[in-house]
Design a protein around this ligand. Structure first.
Ligand SMILES: [Mg+2]
Length: 276
């Protein structure tokens, strides 16, 4: 008979894997952007906030390397040093980056409005909370401590330095799956404010949700975002939605305050036999 039979997961959503900066804390993903700018400034090759944000989500050393590979920055480096930036330059800037980032993380560690309520609701549905980040172990330790004092404690935290490669590779999500003890990737949802973070979830075979307004795509603190006119907000919001939707995210919403309806919808789709 000309039929084939397809297996599909029909169980509950088991885990939500959240990013840190721009997703659960640090509205606008300000902490890393500011430090990347400082690091290049100290080299005598200043970069703009927009440039600093382009590779966001990657391992921080890879981020610096990708900045040195951007045409605009490479050109200015060439003008300053009469040579192209090399791997030694990347290592030197990364060594400068690490202590500077650790020193200022707590300045930007306020949880994003809605985080506590959304996470509490997920937990009451029996959903486990994992996390991934482009930060290194010693950086995420600061975030974990600051999150705990605000009432947020994820079950699992995996950072870029725990795996062979960070985003867009799926390894941090896969290590979360192992440590959280989930049944299948189809029962997991990866949530992030950057394109590499969405890629990470898709590469792991998970459902994905992008946060357009609270994170790197709009790139404004809550105060600066709130002070924009309605028309300026609409313009920035639609650009951010387009970027994240084009990355293949299953859902794009403003922030973690809007996460729960996405999880409910995913649950419905799973019940109907859909896969990520
Ligand atoms: Mg982020």
């Amino acid at each position: 008979m000309p039929f084939k039979y397809q297996r599909s997961y029909h169980g509950p959503v088991e885990a939500v894997i959240l990013d840190w900066a721009g997703t659960t804390m640090d509205y606008g993903c300000m902490a890393p952007a500011a430090v990347f700018m400082d690091v290049f400034e100290r080299q005598g090759v200043p970069i703009s906030m927009e440039e600093a944000r382009v590779p966001m989500g990657a391992h921080k050393r890879v981020h610096i390397q990708q900045l040195t590979e951007m045409d605009s920055i490479r050109k200015r480096w060439q003008e300053k040093f009469a040579r192209e930036p090399n791997d030694d330059d990347v290592s030197r800037m990364f060594a400068d980056f690490v202590p500077s980032q650790i020193a200022c993380l707590s300045t930007y560690s306020t949880l994003i409005p809605g985080a506590i309520d959304s996470i509490k609701a997920l937990r009451s549905d029996g959903i486990k909370i994992g996390t991934t980040t482009g930060y290194l172990t010693e950086m995420v330790a600061v975030n974990l401590k600051d999150a705990k004092t605000q009432g947020y404690e994820p079950d699992v935290t995996v950072c870029a330095s725990d795996v062979p490669a960070g985003r867009p590779y799926p390894y941090m999500c896969l290590l979360n799956a192992i440590r959280l003890g989930v049944t299948t990737m189809e029962a997991c949802v990866k949530v992030d404010d950057t394109v590499p973070g969405i890629d990470e979830g898709l590469n792991a075979g998970m459902w994905t949700v992008g946060f357009a307004v609270s994170g790197n795509e709009v790139g404004l603190s809550l105060g600066d975002w709130s002070s924009l006119s309605a028309s300026e907000q609409t313009k920035k919001r639609s650009k951010a939605y387009q970027r994240l939707l084009q990355s293949g995210a299953h859902y794009v919403v403003d922030s973690i305050a809007d996460l729960l309806p996405c999880i409910d919808d995913i649950q419905t789709r799973i019940a109907h036999g859909e896969k990520p």
